[in-house]
Design a protein around this ligand. Structure first.
Ligand code: ZN
Length: 246
């Protein structure tokens, strides 16, 4: 089985379309989305529509998805994120707001081999940033693999013989063979707002037969995404950061 693993689109239609075009040339059996369809970008309705039309999709909600439909207070967000959440709440149609409100909370076991979550398996809003966090997270799922998002950094943590080792994934086409007897926490990076100083949209493909995960980066028309953000009167920093990947 080949899984498309993607996360954190944040209303960036141009980035999502570029990834789906890239993926259309590859064999994909199932899709796994790790949360944050919306927030920051100017095309929330279009992004939701595209994602829910994917076949064989498993997904969980992100913190922005939750806040936009009123399930979480915007007090916990910085002012720029809070402004984008308020803008998105007004821009979304009723059907899509209801859809966000009905999304599944993490963690979710989708297969005997795979758990998925937005932040961490013990708290959907927690950021796994480093091996200390990863050690804790490995205690909260039983499958060999847990996919997570939220940090917007492509990353893989391996737990073997009671030690945990993290690897930051840089560049395009990096493939990692998963070892038998090891467990993994894997973040595919962010489609719509990468923060690792590489502005290209990030995603991964997991091949369960070959036990391989491959990380991809795709260039997209970020100028168009920026133009829409400015035109929508969203905070201009949300446009600026897309060209820098921060
Ligand atoms: Zn996010």
């Amino acid at each position: 089985m080949r899984y498309l693993v993607f996360s954190d689109i944040h209303g960036n239609l141009e980035a999502l379309e570029a990834v789906l075009k890239d993926v259309s040339r590859k064999r994909i059996d199932r899709c796994i989305f790790l949360g944050d369809l919306v927030g920051y970008g100017a095309s929330p309705n279009e992004v939701i529509q595209k994602v829910i039309s994917l076949k064989h999709l498993s997904m969980v909600r992100g913190n922005h998805d939750k806040a936009v439909c009123g399930l979480e207070s915007i007090q916990t967000f910085n002012p720029v994120a809070a402004a984008a959440i308020q803008w998105t709440g007004k821009a979304l149609n009723k059907k899509h707001l209801q859809l966000l409100a009905g999304l599944t909370k993490s963690p979710l076991v989708i297969h005997k081999q795979i758990t998925i979550c937005h932040g961490a398996p013990f708290d959907e809003d927690y950021y796994i940033f480093g091996e200390f966090d990863a050690v804790e997270a490995f205690n909260y799922f039983d499958t060999p693999i847990c996919f997570f998002g939220h940090t917007h950094f492509p990353f893989i943590y391996m737990e073997m013989d009671e030690t945990v080792e993290g690897t930051f994934i840089q560049g395009n086409h990096l493939e990692i063979k998963l070892e038998k007897g090891a467990r993994y926490l894997i973040n595919p990076g962010s489609i719509g707002q990468p923060r690792d100083r590489d502005p290209r949209a990030a995603y991964a493909i997991y091949d369960s037969e070959q036990r391989k995960i491959k990380f991809y980066r795709v260039e997209y028309d970020f100028k168009e995404a920026q133009r829409k953000i400015l035109e929508a009167d969203l905070p201009s920093t949300l446009a600026e950061r897309l060209s820098l990947g921060i």
